[in-house]
Design a binder for this molecule. Structure first.
Ligand SMILES: NC(=O)c1ccc[n+]([C@@H]2O[C@H](COP(=O)([O-])OP(=O)(O)OC[C@H]3O[C@@H](n4cnc5c(N)ncnc54)[C@H](O)[C@@H]3O)[C@@H](O)[C@H]2O)c1
Length: 276
């Protein structure tokens, strides 16, 4: 899909990958509608775009809020006027809660409501427009944690496997149409995701969180700029599955080659990085 004369809607555009998708999408010629729950960081994205004369409209939007998402779609769809739509469901959070035993049901539900329901809700809200136009592209951010299940990440993996299943099911339903999906599985991307994940478990301390942030910063190989470029290139080439980074490709291969043994292969690494 060519981005010129298209509209690009991106969620979670106040930071990391989403901010870069907004800026680079606007540079590529799309009219960008950027949203985030955080109005202040979203405004920073807008100002970065303004400095380059880019067209970026901003909306504060919480993808976990059912009514806010449907109000947002109701406000935006009439403005689209038949233009090609690229929807990038990027907003997401991390949860630093330790293992499943120490993760409360409320925290689990909180994460699913953003990382999985946020993607489904946004897609559902804009789907009638895609179907009516019979063109466009939906990009959903899963993760390498949607390729394998990892210790101390039960809620996150559940959401990201869900995003993958949802996107791949749509992919099959949309065969023969002009509507495409891309499921994105990034490895570590140097963003604020671990920094923003507040310690939630009963035995967690700030020091443990700081250690996890330091580990994440060390192992996250790819910049958000590069991740966004790869995502937009995948859209241009109608690539429907995108794994990002050498770390991402290694996890992709190992989980496929050793669909059971990968748990033991990765356990020591995961315990070191995230055990509390
Ligand atoms: N950084 C990584 O290593 C990595 C790896 C795999 C997948 N991902 C996924 O990529 C996506 C982007 O993450 P990132 O690394 O850029 O993180 P980030 O923390 O830098 O940015 C996430 C953005 O989402 C926003 N957000 C959070 N909750 C929201 C809500 N309820 N409604 C709307 N916006 C909300 C935040 O305010 C923030 O601006 C996420 O879905 C994440 O799970 C990231």
């Amino acid at each position: 899909m060519n981005l010129i004369k298209s509209v690009l809607i991106v969620t979670g555009a106040g930071s990391g990958i989403g901010r870069q998708v907004a800026l680079q999408g606007a540079r590529d010629g799309a009219a960008v509608i950027a949203s985030d729950i955080n109005a202040a960081t979203l405004e920073e994205t807008k100002q970065m775009g303004d400095k380059e004369g880019l067209q970026i409209e901003v909306y504060t939007l919480d993808v976990a809020d059912k009514k806010a998402v449907s109000d947002f779609a109701e406000a935006i769809i009439p403005q689209l006027k038949g233009q090609k739509l690229l929807l990038v469901n990027n907003a997401g959070v991390g949860l630093f809660s330790g293992n499943f035993y120490n993760t409360s049901q409320d925290d689990f539900e909180w994460l699913i409501n953003i990382n999985l329901w946020g993607v489904i809700r946004m897609t559902k809200a804009f789907y009638p427009y895609f179907i009516k136009q019979n063109e466009g592209h939906i990009v959903n951010l899963s993760s390498v944690f949607g390729l394998g299940g990892f210790a101390n990440q039960t809620a996150y993996c559940t959401a990201k496997f869900g995003v993958r299943g949802f996107t791949e099911a749509l992919r099959m339903e949309l065969i023969g149409t002009n509507i495409y999906t891309t499921c994105v599985h990034p490895g570590g991307i140097k963003t604020n995701i671990m920094r923003s994940a507040t310690p939630k478990g009963p035995e967690l301390t700030e020091a443990m969180h700081l250690k996890a942030i330091a580990t994440f910063d060390k192992v996250a190989m790819t910049t958000p700029e590069k991740a966004a470029r790869l995502i937009l290139n995948a859209v241009k080439r109608k690539k429907q599955r995108l794994v990002i980074g050498n770390d991402g490709r290694a996890i992709d291969s190992i989980t496929r080659l050793f669909p059971v043994a990968y748990s033991k292969i990765f356990k020591r690494k995961m315990d070191k990085a995230f055990k509390v």
